[in-house]
Design a binder for this molecule. Sequence first.
Ligand SMILES: C[S@@+](CC[C@H](N)C(=O)[O-])C[C@H]1O[C@@H](n2cnc3c(N)ncnc32)[C@H](O)[C@@H]1O
Length: 435
Amino acid sequence: MSSPLSPRKAALQALLRVLRDGASLSDALPPLLARVSPRDRGLAQALCYGTLRWHRRLEAILACWLERPLKRRDRDVACALAMGLFELLYLDTPDYAAVQETAGLGRGLGKRWAVGLINGVLRRAQREGAACATAVDRDPALRHALPDWLYRRLAAAYGDGTEAVCQALNAHPPMTLRVNTARIPRGDYQERLAGAGLAAAPHPQVETALVLERPVEVSALPGFAEGLCSVQDAAAQLAAPLLDCPPGARVLDACAAPGGKTLHLLDRAGGRLALTAVDSSGKRLERVAENLQRGGHRAALVAADAAHPDTWHQSPPFDRILLDAPCSATGVIRRHPDIKHLRREGDIPALARTQADLLRALWPLLAPGGILLYATCSLLPDENDMTVLRFLEDEPSASEDPIQAPWGVPRQVGRQVPAGSDGMDGFYYARLIKR
Ligand SMILES: C[S@@+](CC[C@H](N)C(=O)[O-])C[C@H]1O[C@@H](n2cnc3c(N)ncnc32)[C@H](O)[C@@H]1O
């Protein structure tokens, strides 16, 4: 068994894995969290998510008191400082405890000099923090702790709505459930939740969605193991009704893992679909298999590159295709604040090329009269309407089947859910029909 860790030590190690080594938080955090006592895990998690969420702003504020930037080899000390400042500014830990505990991390790093530095800087932050934060916050990218390139692109796409989108990207995400309404009406499931002491409210726009007042372990959700509900943001729950698969339809779910939308497609049709779920990651396909088992459904699972269907598809064409394309995931930054650090501006053209390749490669697999739903959890037009517009220009058999809906905003083609609108993650959908 690995040795136990204090919550701050665990959080610091996870932060270093993300900020120094480029690991994702979902890979870095769980093994460290397992070494923290259960009652302290919430603090470790809050420190990790919060420090990553606000890191750019925290570093800018800290620069007020550091004579010069810390050296690369002292990244650990810089992370501890950012984490300590986050705790001072955003959590309700008593200030003296936040300062003392964070400074103590310096000893654990084998850098005794860092104890004095962290102590001194965090004490100045207690005294002068507000003035320095006011100066930093004049720059909107720093105020929202976003990389300049991302802020610039969001401002170009959302104009007057930019402030609201940026605020939503830094908000705490709700835990939203999708009720399997083929098996239980949403209101009845809400009552089952209330009976288990869990308060939830119906989502105003998405008829399968219940928003929990507080997040809980899935094991506390009545009937979760039997597929009565799933954890899925309301924006992701829009996909299956938009694709609207008739019973018995041949359906391709390209880029299917971990299978949230696969399960919804099958739940909605009472399992009566001939569904093929493709994902390039065999490991992630295991999650699709688990979801199918929980829902009591069957599907053909294929580990392959969806952009090369010649390697996995021979049979007749599909009536419906869901292309939930790999993307920048900028619409879900509130759930994965590590994206702020891991994504680079140069990734966007490469992602747009992959998305265009997938669209082009999958289109021939669609039967005449069939529908393809293109989806991303990106906020950036280059990955969304621009990709689809270019495809429509090149492909004479494709036209838009416009989405009329009370949610989101229409784009040149398709509809965008800006992050935070109706409390949802940022998502994009375009529905295409084949002549
Ligand atoms: C946005 S996620 C899909 C989420 C999923 N549809 C759901 O609702 O749970 C994108 C998925 O695409 C997969 N992927 C990326 N490139 C791919 C490719 N060329 N072919 C097939 N799958 C790919 C990734 O492994 C990832 O699981």
